[in-house]
Design a protein around this ligand. Structure first.
Ligand SMILES: *Cc1c(COP(=O)(O)O)cnc(C)c1O
Length: 563
């Protein structure tokens, strides 16, 4: 089963979360969706990658909402045996004073056009391990600092060891965000200078060699967003001076501080120190990262989304008819210009009906196909400002009295993000308060499948982050594949994607959001069908054509992997 993947050297792509498919809840949000799209495109393009992640048997969580919009979190258990094949390899990672054994599963991403990409799921739920250690790979982003650092040790140290044990030849290591930065320490253990070449006091670790092997993609535009651990905790978990053959920490503290930061182990700093190629996920984000970490060259490879995954069935059929080959070569979508308006409208109406039906099933709320749907769904956290749309509910209702529109919302808050949970409850309340004036629904348990329906079935895709905190954002790109224009704050990808009145509209706060909705967006929707169709096509021919993960992976291949 594994043999077909061992024939050639592969790029090892490490990510704490990967959205493999909607039935497998091993992702929390955009980072995991991006990782999944990365691998789906790698499979389509037959790029030699192997992905490494945790099995996350209890997923992120399943979100239920109580009558007041309170978020109830349920484990999202899944059975790896149903989707993946157990692999024989088992490796030890020393944590605190004991060996934690790490096993592995193989999940294969299969492209519709024949390509395949292997994903290794790391699993500590083995009989050899103490009960608490069996849960290290259970809860995605669960627990406290100690739990998270143990997870990162399993991912970084365990992941490299498992790839070796399975017989993979690795041509490069790609860290998707800092969670997997510890893999660099594991590599340093293997690449040392011969003792005879060292002068007294010199470090034996061949840092330049490891840097040549590693690539790092950062996704966080602010210092506070980066994972950091106190060295006291790091030393305790790494069993400093443990002496066993499994010992995870061959370094003294001073050496580690040089690589990972003076006061705390900063995973971004560590990844930067050990990677020859570093990139941000949008132009503005790369510039900000370069300013945050002077001395490092941070390139920009803008994110993209997987064409087939994020295109609704009605649009897949439409593109197949008019621009055959589009999902393998999304550049062809530039030619979608010639699709008759009526066919674009019909494809959109089919996607809109699918969303309306799902809203009815989930909430009992009946939306109309005749009025535009304003869609907004994301991780509910303060910087995404989900409440901005409801700054002045009276004004919203007044705008809707002139020209009706509808609102659909969704999103989970991290279980420890109290502010995020407050926002979920607030939005839930706002939708109820608008009842009878602006039809509005808050859908529970935002996930990949719901995102597919929402980004395709809405008429306008809204995004209101607090600039410059959105590194990229990707849901607006998904909307673009379905001819849905964005109404968004100029931040992240939208700085590059927005051409005013051509691909959508920019806003800079609540006031301009209301003004554009009232004076530009709704009058166009109701008054100028041909103008609206032009805008729908603009989203496809200018944005989907570029913000896709095929273009992104071709760039990673030529600029990062082959260097
Ligand atoms: C695309 C997606 C995201 C990320 O969307 P942003 O626009 O980056 O906020 C988060 N969650 C799910 C389920 C998604 O499909």
């Amino acid at each position: 089963m594994l043999d077909e993947f061992l024939q050639e050297a592969r790029v090892a792509y490490f990510s704490m979360e990967i959205a493999l498919r909607s039935e497998i809840p091993t992702y929390a949000g955009g980072l995991g969706i991006l990782a999944g799209d990365t691998l789906r495109s790698a499979a389509d393009l037959s790029l030699p990658l192997v992905a490494v992640t945790l099995v996350s048997r209890a997923g992120y969580f399943r979100q239920e909402l109580d009558a007041e919009g309170g978020q109830i979190e349920h484990p999202a258990l899944w059975d790896p045996a149903r989707w993946a094949a157990p692999l024989g390899a088992k490796v030890g990672v020393r944590i605190e004073d004991r060996a934690v054994w790490v096993g592995a599963w193989l999940y294969v991403i299969e492209s519709d056009i024949g390509g395949r990409a292997p994903v290794i799921l790391l699993d500590t739920d083995l009989a050899e391990n103490a009960p608490a250690d069996r849960e290290i790979t259970h809860y995605l982003y669960g627990g406290d600092d100690r739990y998270r650092l143990m997870q990162q040790m399993v991912l970084g140290l365990g992941g490299v060891r498992v790839l070796r044990a399975l017989g993979f030849e690795v041509s490069a290591y790609h860290m998707n965000e800092g969670h997997s930065a510890l893999l660099g320490l594991e590599l340093l253990r293997h690449f040392t200078y011969p003792a005879s070449e060292l002068r007294a006091g010199e470090s034996p670790y061949d840092v330049p060699r490891v840097r040549q092997l590693c690539r790092f993609t950062t996704h966080t535009p602010v210092e506070a967003g980066h994972d950091r651990f106190p060295y006291e905790l790091v030393q305790r978990l790494f069993c400093d001076g443990g002496g066993s053959g499994l010992s995870a920490m061959p370094f003294d503290l001073a050496e580690l501080q040089q690589l990972g930061g003076r006061h705390e182990l900063n995973m971004t700093q560590l990844a930067l120190s050990l990677s020859a190629f570093v990139n941000g996920v949008a132009k503005r984000h790369a510039e900000m990262s370069a300013r945050m970490y002077p001395g490092y060259l941070v390139r920009a490879i803008p994110n993209g989304v997987h064409p087939y995954t994020w295109t609704a069935p009605s649009f897949r059929a439409l593109y197949d008819r008019h621009v055959a080959g589009w999902c393998h070569e999304p550049e062809l979508l530039g030619r979608a210009e010639r699709i008759p308006d009526a066919e674009i409208r019909a494809a959109h109406l089919a996607a809109k009906h699918a969303l309306i039906e799902r809203v009815r099933q989930l909430t009992g709320i009946e939306l109309s196909p005749d009025a535009p749907i304003l869609g907004f769904a994301r991780r509910m956290t303060a910087y995404k400002r989900p409440g901005l749309l409801f700054t002045d509910p009276g004004r919203l209702a007044a705008i809707a009295r002139q020209r009706p529109f509808q609102i659909v919302l969704a999103g989970k808050a991290h279980p420890r993000d109290e502010e995020g949970k407050r926002l979920v409850a607030q939005l839930h309340r706002e939708t109820r308060a608008l009842a009878g004036r602006v039809p509005a629904a808050y859908l529970p348990d935002y996930d990949l499948a719901l995102a597919q329906l929402l980004t395709a079935g809405s008429d306008i895709w809204l995004n209101t982050p607090l600039a410059p905190l959105e590194a990229s954002g990707t849901s607006g790109m998904k909307a673009a594949f379905n001819a849905v224009p964005s109404l968004s704050i100029l931040d992240g990808w939208w700085i590059e994607g927005c051409i005013e009145n051509v691909t959508g509209w920019s806003i800079d706060g609540a006031e301009s959001l209301y003004d554009k909705l009232e004076h530009t967006v709704l009058p166009l929707y109701y008054g100028e069908p041909a103008g609206w169709a032009r805008l729908m096509k603009g989203a496809v021919t200018i944005n989907a054509v570029y913000f896709n993960s095929h273009r992104m992976m071709r760039r990673y291949a030529t600029e990062a992997y082959l260097r």
